[in-house]
Design a protein around this ligand. Structure first.
Ligand code: PLP
Length: 472
């Protein structure tokens, strides 16, 4: 493809994407294909001769699109969102066009320095403690996912607790880590991968709002210490996945500071709400944390993947992860005047992800981002009010932000039937979880293009479907 052919084909693909967004509500939100249906339509062997873009895009429409679940549909309420926006798509396109691999400062100074600046901007936009800024002792780095941030935090905490010994000799101490019963499963995975072992992960119970109970955390830590264990890591969550529980960061942070435990705060989904001053009470005490992450790729209009990971002390991260082989040595690194982000995480090579974040922040502005976040929370509160006022449905817990957990008052089987019937209609897609042993339906409102009318129509759809099912 020559640059002029690229220009021509590229414009067609931009048109294709714009058409997609204009028509997105015509697609069933949840893909309706059966297992194996897509692969069956794909040739067994790769083409030997070049094919035209026209034929590729024809297959895109006919084979791939039916197998797409439309995460960007305004009627997508499942899991947590993974939203995007046009500035983000364009920023990502520019990043692909440049094809930069920013593993060290020297491989593209702008990739590193833009990332540093944008994450400092974000810290300011969310009123994060000074220590998380690059101008202070810490700084931020973009990771692929919150799971990777969790792993990075656990490994750095392990090295702090063992004074860098476990990097050399493996984990010899009886390290123990703490999460709540609502913590995301990525933490258990991180504990397994970091060689701590899931037997050494303690699960702390939660209160009626699904927040970790600090009294039980303290009791467990004391008990472990008297049994010869070395408590080293606690994860607190702002906005748990199943229940949107808000762990009390200050109380947990005080315990961690007294007990020499690394505190990681996982705000993967709810972290974006910190753009708005009225939601910042959920992060009260965050200055006591050692690391913190949130996913712009969930709720901040930035396409997957993009997780922001801040630490209060970057030296601990760099001492844990830095390895300098001969082939990566260069003057800038030796000068000590630059950040080499490869030393801040697991991977070496890295994409220029700061670009899409920069496009989003500049194109929306802080006020534009705040406007959309507030709208989502408002819509969730409306939905919660409708559920509360209905005689057939009940709320599982008051929604602190944009996730509403509710259920039909009949049994678990009926709730699952109801959810499947709505999802199979293709008109909306939402998912379930278990809360206090019972099935709960989750309405997660965070799609870029969701408006009040979509939420209202979905509530009507849920109610009408429930009525029909009860008559069967
Ligand atoms: N933490 C929380 C609270 C989450 O809700 C999720 C995913 O939904 C994760 C971590 C994992 O996110 P990622 O897919 O970025 O690893």
């Amino acid at each position: 493809l020559s640059p002029s052919q690229f220009r021509e084909e590229g414009k067609k693909i931009i048109d294709w994407i714009a058409d997609y967004y204009e028509n997105i509500e015509k697609y069933p939100v949840l893909s309706q294909v059966e297992p194996g249906e897509v692969i069956e339509k794909l040739p067994n062997n790769p083409p030997q001769k070049a094919e035209s873009f026209e034929s590729i895009m024809k297959d895109m429409d006919e084979i791939i699109m039916p197998g797409i679940t439309h995460w960007q549909s305004p009627n997508f309420y499942a899991y947590f969102p993974s939203n995007t926006s046009f500035p983000s798509i364009l920023g990502d396109l520019v990043s692909s066009g440049l094809g930069v691999q920013g593993m060290i400062w020297a491989t593209s100074p702008a990739a590193t320095e833009l990332e540093t600046r944008v994450l400092d901007w974000l810290a300011e936009m969310m009123d994060m403690p000074e220590k998380f800024k690059s101008t202070s002792s810490g700084g931020g780095v973009i990771q692929d996912t919150a799971s990777t941030s969790a792993l990075t935090a656990v490994i750095a905490a392990r090295e702090r607790a063992t004074k860098l010994e476990s990097n050399k000799s493996g984990v010899r101490q009886k390290l123990v880590a703490y999460v709540s019963s609502q913590t995301h499963s990525s933490l258990e995975k991180a504990i397994k991968m970091a060689g701590i072992g899931s037997d050494n992960l303690r699960t702390i119970d939660v209160d009626a709002t699904f927040a970790m109970r600090p009294d039980l955390l303290e009791e467990q830590i004391q008990g472990d210490k008297s049994n010869g264990f070395l408590p080293f890591f606690v994860c607190a969550t702002i906005g748990t996945t199943s229940s949107n529980g808000m762990d009390p960061i200050r109380k947990i942070g005080e315990i961690c500071n007294n007990q020499n435990c690394w505190l990681h705060v996982d705000a993967a989904m709810a972290g974006t709400a910190m753009l708005c001053p009225e939601f910042r009470h959920f992060k009260d005490g965050v200055e006591l944390a050692d690391s913190y992450c949130f996913n712009p790729h969930k709720w901040m209009f930035t396409n997957f993947d993009c997780d922001v990971f801040w630490v209060g002390n970057r030296s601990e991260l760099i001492n844990t992860f830095s390895i300098l082989p001969e082939y990566l040595k260069n003057k800038a690194t030796e000068s000590g005047a630059v950040f080499d982000y490869r030393d801040w995480h697991v991977q070496l090579g890295r994409r220029f992800r700061a670009l899409k974040l920069w496009f989003v922040i500049r194109q929306y502005g802080v006020e534009g981002l705040q406007y959309h976040i507030r709208k989502h929370v408002e819509m969730a509160r409306d939905f919660a009010r409708w559920v509360d006022a209905s005689s057939d449905f009940e709320l599982m817990v008051d929604p602190p932000l944009n996730l509403v957990c509710f259920r039909h008052k009949s049994d678990d089987e009926f709730n699952l039937k109801l959810m499947n019937a709505v999802n199979e209609s293709g008109k909306a897609f939402f998912t379930h979880t278990k809360m206090n042993g019972r099935i709960a339906l989750r309405m997660s409102i965070g799609q870029t293009h969701t408006e009040e009318r979509h939420v209202k129509q979905t509530w009507e759809l849920i109610q009408n479907t429930a009525k029909k099912l009860s008559l069967l």
